[in-house]
Write a protein that binds this ligand. Structure first.
Ligand code: 6GU
Length: 233
């Protein structure tokens, strides 16, 4: 996969992309990431990327030319899947990460200020928000999208990092995990996990995942129950 990130704060995203699983994927050449400072594409002699809104009002608006000039300078931009990070976008979920992970080329635009000049939207395929809260810019949101997407590309995670058991992959939260020691300050590992009885362990984990989902995420639990019924379980 190739990912291009359009931002006016490249240093907010570059160091993060060199770390952990994304950093390893880049190092192993399974992934190419370009971080593009679209300020450099401003036609303005002071490299301004924003301006006051037509019609008046508070705040600044991101100008169309720097963004579209930078976009057009990207190799293969026409065929790429192009995403705008904005609190006005579609709420992001695991299903979106799975969908995005199938593209060969993603271009991600990070905004700032009050908003984007409306004419920018026509050049992009979709708009995504990572939740109902306001960030100062799209950079951290773009990192969330990249992390969640890249780990789903086949061959990126090794077998110890498998995403088969992830929370959300089957619509439930994960069961509780334990490792050594067997006892810490009086808190013991559940006996069943040390029993060697694989069926009993599997049953325990399923029950715990259901219990946890029901109390912490009744919304997910209801959806899961409905899906089970539909499949005659
Ligand atoms: Cl994608 N951008 C900004 N600025 N704020 C957000 C967001 C994105 N998603 C949630 N809040």
């Amino acid at each position: 996969m190739r990912i291009d990130v359009l931002t006016i704060f490249p240093d907010m995203v570059k160091p993060v992309l060199g770390q952990s699983i994304v950093g390893r994927a880049v190092y192993e050449k399974k992934l190419t990431i370009h971080v593009i400072d679209f300020r450099e594409y401003s036609p303005n002699k002071h490299k301004k990327v924003d301006d006051t809104p037509y019609g008046g009002g508070a705040g600044m608006v991101l100008r169309v030319e720097p963004v579209i000039n930078a976009l057009r300078a990207i190799d293969g931009y026409e065929k790429a899947h192009k995403v705008i990070m904005t609190p006005q976008g579609k709420p992001y979920a695991q299903t979106d990460a799975a969908r995005l992970s199938t593209h060969d080329h993603l271009i991600i635009l990070c905004g700032h200020y009050e908003g984007f000049d409306e004419r920018i939207h026509a050049y992009f395929d979709e708009e995504i928000s990572i939740g109902d809260y306001v960030l100062t810019g799209g950079e951290v949101a773009a990192l969330v999208l990249i992390e969640s997407t890249v780990r789903l590309i086949p061959g990126i995670l090794n077998k110890d990092e498998s995403h088969q058991d992830d929370s959300f992959s089957d619509g439930l939260l994960e069961y509780p995990h334990y490792t050594r020691p067997r006892e810490f300050e009086g808190k013991r590992v559940p006996e069943v996990l040390m029993s060697g009885n694989h069926q009993a362990i599997e049953n325990w984990r399923r029950t715990e995942a259901l219990k946890r989902t029901k109390t912490r995420r009744p919304d997910l639990y209801a959806r899961h129950q409905k899906a089970q019924k539909k499949h005659g379980k």
